[in-house]
Write a protein that binds this ligand. Sequence first.
Ligand code: ASP
Length: 340
Amino acid sequence: MKNLLLLISYLITSTLYASQAIPEVVLAIHGGTADHEEIPLSLEKEVIEGLTESLKAGYRALEKTGSSLDAVEASVKSLEDNPLFNAGKGAVFTSQGKNEMDAAIMEGKSKKAGAVASTTVIKNPIAAARAVMEKTRHVLLVGAGADQFAKDNRLEIVPAKYFFTQRRWKEWKKSQEKKNQNTQSSLPTPWNRHFSLGTVGSVALDSQNNLAAATSTGGLTNKMHGRVGDSPIIGAGTFADNETAAISCTGVGEYFIRYGVAREISTLIKYKNFNVATAADVLIQETLKPEKVEGAAIVLDKKGNLAFSYHAEGLPRGYVTKDGMAHLFIFDKEVVRSLK
Ligand code: ASP
């Protein structure tokens, strides 16, 4: 009976939402959920170029060192250095008009993980997350402690103004106005959809069959000073386990933390034998969509099956298959390129 119910629920989920699993994938990235207002037609080409650069950096690392951990770090670093994405250089502003960044990395073999939150001067928060994983006994360092740790470990430090971009500043100003309007009408939704999202993430599988995941973000526009999202919370926005999958999420972090989204996806794969697409859809389409929460997860399993599940107008994203072919997506467009 239990198995029958399971089968029925599986069939319903897989036919209703039906993300498709893509085989033979070694590396995949996302640039956060987005709509046409955030990425107008005039920016689409640049976003595709940015995603291509990121996949190239990750794929090069995979070929050079054969390590999925190197690949996810390199691809996320590339997106952090690109002002178009809400991570590193392109991070959004807090309610105080400052930038506070979060990042996490995890390897599926050892299940070791490292993360930083609310950093302010680390050029590449993902490098700091990796250093936390490799050089400390801890998983998560925050704020001044994380910044100091990065300085002590000679990671690249920049003045806080490095993270200033006109585009994000304009978004911040606009969202401040909306926030004031929202406060007056006491809307129930905690976050205004626009000018908020855009985290970046990466998942990879190497020739040793090791999975890794990484996520980096400036968080949500207008977030409170000290607010931490899901990206650096292992099991919420980032997770990797060689027995199941590598997962990176984007969306309104508060919900991803409450539902333990990344970990839950892994659990469905592990204990219910769901494939990557169904597991991701259960969380994104079946759980978060009814809550009207925009978000996405990218999920890569140990056999190289990849799923992107998203509830949003778009999810700029890309993946590379074993043969070195890169597929980039923005809204309904797909671009295919060889990285060889
Ligand atoms: N998940 C991120 C956060 O809540 C935001 C995003 O995905 O864009 O901090």
